[in-house]
Design a protein around this ligand. Structure first.
Ligand SMILES: Cc1cc2nc3c(=O)[nH]c(=O)nc-3n(C[C@H](O)[C@H](O)[C@H](O)COP(=O)(O)OP(=O)(O)OC[C@H]3O[C@@H](n4cnc5c(N)ncnc54)[C@H](O)[C@@H]3O)c2cc1C
Length: 58
């Protein structure tokens, strides 16, 4: 469960509905097979969201 991927910009992890709101990890509506893929999702989306949020002007 969580926020629909269609409502998130995949390059920045920013919400398409609320500017300045970024998502990462478990709050996103994705799941994966066990074996480390959920952790990879958390790390990859967290990195993307963090960099995008840091570059934001406002
Ligand atoms: C028992 C178990 C085994 C797992 N095994 C695997 C595995 O083998 N491989 C794999 O890939 N994935 C595994 N997972 C899934 C993986 O752990 C998660 O997908 C990943 O940790 C999610 O990271 P996250 O940062 O999104 O969320 P979380 O790791 O849950 O981090 C959220 C953080 O936010 C904090 N928080 C919550 N509310 C607030 C608040 N109001 N204010 C401030 N902080 C708050 C919490 O304390 C927590 O530290 C497992 C999960 C569980 C429960």
């Amino acid at each position: 469960g969580g926020v629909k991927v269609g409502e998130i910009n995949p390059n920045t992890m920013e919400s398409k509905l609320v500017k300045g709101l970024y998502f990462a990890g478990e709050v996103i509506d994705v799941d994966a097979y066990t074996g480390g893929f959920n952790l990879q999702i958390a790390w990859a989306t967290g990195r993307a969201a963090g960099f995008a949020a840091a570059k934001r002007d406002e």
